[in-house]
Design a protein around this ligand. Structure first.
Ligand SMILES: NC(=O)c1ccc[n+]([C@@H]2O[C@H](COP(=O)([O-])OP(=O)(O)OC[C@H]3O[C@@H](n4cnc5c(N)ncnc54)[C@H](OP(=O)(O)O)[C@@H]3O)[C@@H](O)[C@H]2O)c1
Length: 285
């Protein structure tokens, strides 16, 4: 697709910021409102905003991502991750706009014991995952043209990413405990944006798993970050049961990105290279 005008929803989050930055530097027309200017839970606001901007592509980066808090605030999680997504999908279909949306590895229960593919049946364990699954169903049943990407362990610009947290924790404590039985795929917003735009350009539609390549435990990911940033803390592996939390999380929710790599004819960087590239683009010291 050429000559696109992009509307980025949730532009103040990790992924939204990266889209705004990269599309601007590619000189692509982009409108990137934050929640204050365009609240996705108000269909009237959304519809008016879309009519005033007239995008050809809407990329929804807005989400309710507080996995533990969602157990108490299920209404907010479903409103943002499911009801609003249904409205965006409907508006895109009515107004002939291409819709790009992101879901999560947490739609799976983590019991497969192997990489999840697009053919696997979701079975979310927590409210966040359930709300994201209802959002997926709304996109999958929409009449419009869409790309629905599942991703995992997203790290992007901002203080909430795991790389930044590792740096902060290591300044406070000499010993860091990280889970060795919690496994997924760290995925950089830089690659999420790049691969999304490649997919749009290539005319792909439908459901894909979009992660960096390879997978890691939280412990392995943390050790790699510590090495790259020369952190001095000792890192020890622990089971996930060491940290009881309100939301149950899948143990092995790593997904295969093979279908997307094949359909794109492109080799998606592995997560270690993605961490290296991220640290260069967003220096931590
Ligand atoms: N982060 C991960 O590890 C992860 C893992 C798997 C999948 N994903 C998915 O990947 C996508 C991007 O995630 P991310 O990490 O970039 O998320 P993020 O950093 O949490 O950003 C989400 C953004 O959505 C905004 N938002 C919340 N409610 C809104 C509303 N009603 N209207 C408009 N904006 C609203 C938030 O604004 P406030 O800051 O004002 O709340 C925030 O800026 C999401 O679909 C997420 O579910 C993320």
């Amino acid at each position: 697709m050429n000559d696109q005008k992009y509307l980025i929803l949730g532009a103040n989050g990790q992924l939204g910021k990266q889209f705004a930055k990269d599309l601007t530097s590619r000189n692509e027309p982009v409108i990137a409102p934050d929640e204050k200017d365009c609240d996705i839970t108000s269909i009237d606001t959304l519809s008016r905003f879309i009519d005033s901007v007239k995008p050809n592509v809407i990329i929804n980066c807005a989400a309710y991502n507080a996995v533990d808090l969602a157990e108490q605030q299920s209404e907010s999680a479903y409103l943002i991750n499911a009801a609003a997504v249904k409205n965006i999908a409907m508006l895109c279909s009515d107004k002939d706009i291409f819709f790009v949306h992101y879901s999560s590895d947490y739609v799976f229960d983590g019991l497969k014991g192997d990489l999840y593919t697009e053919d696997d049946i979701p079975n979310p364990l927590n409210i966040y995952g359930k709300s994201k699954r209802v959002g997926e169903e709304a996109v999958l049943s929409s009449d419009g043209k869409y790309l629905l990407f599942r991703t995992s362990w997203v790290f992007g610009n901002g203080a909430q990413n795991f790389i930044h947290k590792m740096l902060q924790w290591s300044q406070k404590t000499p010993v860091l405990k990280l889970t060795a039985d919690e496994v997924s795929v760290p995925t950089s917003t830089i690659d999420l944006v790049d691969i999304t735009l490649r997919s749009i350009d290539k005319g792909l539609t439908g459901l894909y798993h979009l992660t960096n390549s390879d997978y890691a435990s939280r412990y392995e990911w943390g050790r790699y970050i510590a090495k790259k940033l020369s952190l001095h803390s000792t890192i020890i592996p622990v089971p996930m049961s060491t940290f009881p939390s309100p939301a149950q999380r899948p143990l092995f929710s790593a997904m295969s990105n093979e279908l997307l790599q094949n359909d794109l004819g492109y080799s998606i960087p592995n997560w270690r290279d993605a961490v290296d590239q991220f640290i260069i683009q967003y220096p931590m010291h």
